[in-house]
Design a binder for this molecule. Structure first.
Ligand code: PAP
Length: 329
C-alpha cells in the first residue's frame, strides 16, 4: 500500500487513487490480447497507464523543453538519436557521442513507460536545460503546461501500413503472463481497424499533431519517417531550426550534419554492441527496436485485402486534413 505523496505543484496524491481510477476506465484488448485502458482519448497499455496519468496531471514544462512525440514503431528511436545529437553537438563530437555506449531510449526517456511509471512524481527539476523527453501520448492528452508553454514538440509518424507491420513484429516478440503470443497477422484485426491498439487510434495521434503543426509551426514540427529516409540532411536542418539551434555555415561546410546522419543511421546504431545486447527498463531487448527499417516492407507480411481495408479506414479518417502517406519506396 503506497502512501500519499506531494506533487511538484503541491497537490497531495494518494497512489491508490490512480489504481482506482484505472479500474474505472474503458478496457480493450491490444492486438496480442494484452489489456488496454482508454484514458483521455488514448488506448494505453498496462505498462504506461499509470505513468500516463501522473505525467498528465503533474508534469510542469519549461519553455526550453523538447518533446519528441510519436505513435510506437514510427521512428521514435531514430528521432531520439537525431535530436540528442543535434542538441548536444557542441559537447560531444560523433566519435565521443554517448550514443555509442547508451541506447537512444536511455538517453531520451519516455514519460509514460519510464519516468512517471518508475516514480509517480519523478524529480525532473534537477535536469539541466534543455531537457529532452519523449511521449507516445496524443497532442490533446499532453499536460496543459506542454501545450501552453514555449517548449518545442517534434512529432514523427510513419505510413500506417509499415507502422502496423512493425508493431506486429514487435508485439510478437514478447511472452507475457496470461497473454497468448500473436501468431497470425489477421488475428483480432477487427479491433485494429477500429483503432484499439497500443497508443491508438493511429488517426487521432497523427491528426492531433498534424493540426498543431499547422496552427503553431514555430512550436510543433511534424515529420514523416519516409521523408527522413529520403532526405535526412534537409530534415535534420528543420529539427535544428525548430529547436532554435540552426546549423551554422561553418558546421554545414565541415560536414557536421552528415556526421550526425551517419551516427544515427539504422546500420550504425543497430550494429553497436550496446544496441545488440541489453534490455530496456520496460523489459524489451534493445535489439527489438531495430528490425528492417524499410519503407514498403509491409507488403511482405500484410495480405493485400487487409492492407486495402486498413488504408481505406485511415484515408477516411484523415479526409480533408491534407495529410497523406507514402506507402512504398
Ligand atoms: P518504439 O516506438 O518502440 O520506440 P520506433 O523506434 O518508433 O519504436 O520504431 C521502430 C522502427 O524504426 C523499426 O522499424 P521496422 O520494424 O520496420 O524495421 C526499426 O527498425 C526502425 N528504426 C530503428 N532505428 C532506426 C534508425 N536509426 N533509422 C531508421 N529506422 C530505424
Amino acid at each position: 500500500m503506497e502512501t500519499t505523496t506531494i506533487s511538484s505543484n503541491g497537490e497531495s496524491v494518494p497512489r491508490d487513487e490512480i489504481q482506482d481510477l484505472v479500474a474505472g476506465f474503458p478496457c480493450g484488448k491490444n492486438w496480442d490480447g494484452a489489456p488496454l485502458y482508454f484514458y483521455k482519448g488514448v488506448w494505453y497499455p498496462l505498462l504506461a497507464i499509470k505513468g500516463a496519468i501522473s505525467f498528465q496531471q503533474h508534469f510542469i514544462a519549461r519553455d526550453t523543453d523538447i518533446i519528441l512525440a510519436s505513435m510506437p514503431k514510427s521512428g521514435t528511436t531514430w528521432l531520439k538519436a537525431l535530436a540528442f545529437s543535434v542538441v548536444n553537438r557542441s559537447i560531444y563530437s560523433p566519435t565521443e557521442s554517448p550514443l555509442l555506449t547508451t541506447p537512444p531510449h536511455d538517453l531520451v526517456h519516455f514519460f509514460e513507460m519510464d519516468l512517471y511509471s518508475k516514480h509517480q512524481l519523478p524529480d525532473l527539476e534537477q535536469l539541466a536545460s534543455p531537457r529532452i523527453f519523449s511521449s507516445h501520448s496524443h497532442y490533446e492528452t499532453l499536460p496543459p503546461s506542454i501545450r501552453d508553454s514555449g517548449c518545442k514538440i517534434v512529432y514523427i509518424c510513419r505510413n500506417p501500413l509499415d507502422q502496423l507491420v512493425s508493431s506486429f513484429h514487435f508485439v510478437g516478440k514478447f511472452k507475457r503472463e496470461n497473454v497468448k503470443p500473436l501468431t497470425s497477422i489477421d488475428e483480432d484485426f477487427d479491433n485494429v481497424c477500429i483503432g484499439i491498439r497500443s497508443f491508438g487510434p493511429f488517426w487521432d495521434s497523427v491528426l492531433g499533431y498534424w493540426k498543431a503543426s499547422l496552427e503553431r509551426p514555430d512550436k510543433v514540427l511534424f515529420l514523416k519517417y519516409e521523408d527522413l529516409k529520403e532526405d535526412i540532411i534537409f530534415y535534420l536542418k528543420k529539427v535544428a531550426e525548430l529547436l532554435g539551434i540552426p546549423f551554422t555555415e561553418k558546421e554545414e561546410k565541415d560536414g557536421v550534419i552528415e556526421e550526425i546522419s551517419s551516427l544515427c543511421s539504422f546500420d550504425n546504431l543497430r550494429n553497436l554492441e550496446v544496441n545488440r545486447s541489453g534490455v530496456h527498463p520496460s523489459g524489451t531487448p534493445n535489439s527489438a527496436f531495430f528490425r528492417k527499417a524499410k519503407v514498403g516492407d509491409w507488403c511482405n507480411d500484410l495480405p493485400p485485402s487487409m492492407a486495402e481495408r486498413f488504408l481505406k479506414i485511415v484515408e477516411e479518417t484523415l479526409a480533408g486534413s491534407g495529410l497523406s502517406f507514402k506507402v512504398s519506396e
